[in-house]
Unconditional design. Structure first.
Length: 95
């Protein structure tokens, strides 16, 4: 009984508050503020969320977007996000 109590209370993982912090003016203007705060199950889920977030902006043409740094202080995580300028593909002909 004591070991069960120890395992369930001592090693229970806390949820992590994940905050994405824009670091450039473009990100402040373009990124929806509702997309910046999350609560995730653990650090692996937080990293998956950050990857999904970054890939979303890459697919929209923000090719220089990236996370500059990540601070982890259990139970919270801050990820500093640089969006940069949007690039667009133009029709190119090699005749």
């Amino acid at each position: 009984m004591l070991s069960w109590l120890f395992l369930t209370s001592g090693f229970a993982q806390q949820k992590i508050k994940l905050q994405i912090v824009p670091v450039d003016s473009v990100a402040y203007q373009v990124v929806d503020k509702e997309e910046l705060d999350y609560e995730v199950a653990d650090s692996i889920a937080a990293l998956k969320k950050l990857k999904k977030f970054a890939n979303n902006w890459l697919s929209k043409g923000y090719l220089s977007s990236s996370f500059d740094s990540i601070q982890f202080d259990s139970p919270s995580m801050k990820a500093f996000f640089f969006l940069g300028q949007k690039f667009s593909l133009k029709n190119v002909s090699f005749d």
